[in-house]
Design a protein around this ligand. Sequence first.
Ligand code: G1P
Length: 295
Amino acid sequence: MSQSTPHAPVTKAIFPVGGLGTRFLPATKAMPKEMLPVVDKPLIQYAVEEAQAAGIANQIFVTGRGKTTIEDHFDYSYELSHTLETKHKTDLLEMIRPLLPTPGQVAYTRQQIPMGLGHAVWCARELVGNQNAVAVLLADDLVMADTPCLKQMMQVYAEVGGNIVAVMEVPLEHTSRYGIIDPGVQDGRLIEVKGLVEKPRSNPPSRYAIIGRYILQPEIFEALDAQTKGTDGEIQLTDAMATLLGKQPFHAFLFDGKRFDCGNKIGFLEANVAFALNRQDLAADFREVLARYTG
Ligand code: G1P
């Protein structure tokens, strides 16, 4: 495997959105789970805005069947815009305008069969090209932070380059739900990665869990080419990342912020509460409503 430029520019973000979302049935029978709203914004929009805030303009969505509303969401809606213009609803027009990607800076490809996160990322290889480092964002992982999580990572990337995954400390009994790092030397929020294990059933090397934010060098695609199946019989991104260790810089980053697991109901509900309480236009009224249930 070739040694990459450790600071290859990160100009593209991959959003794997092919998952079936069975945990949210029946809501997700005909609607992508990534379109579930937290307060009034779909999960996928939070992820896209985070990539934009990190200065990444090109978006690659790895979709599947039944996901066309994601494309529609990030497209021009003539009827809606026309109606809002006619009614002089400029505030609402302003709200939907930033949803439009620059023409040509968004691409969609399909993961035809769900074969795991690594496979989904691999499906984007031709669209990424082999000169670019790439960011991967999992919309299920919603992060509330003063500085958006990926932007924090990009700031660190400017210093150390290589590969960077966002991590947080989880209770020991939750380590089997995540990719877990084997930590080396720690310098503040930055931890050298010595090993990576996807969803360890026992003896996790640490309690540092990877959340769905990655900056990866182009060689990740060579590693994914092997199509090796791992945990749960799926092609795991974690396994492909593990093959880069020792060949390129690889760090975990303890991001500053709170992550919500919107891939499960309780995490999703908590995100709605936290984001609503964080909204000036809703917080006071919502607090009153909550008090009726919790007081
Ligand atoms: C995926 C990754 C896992 C990571 C997690 C973060 O797992 O495979 O390494 O820790 O996302 O949310 P999934 O949640 O898709 O099972």
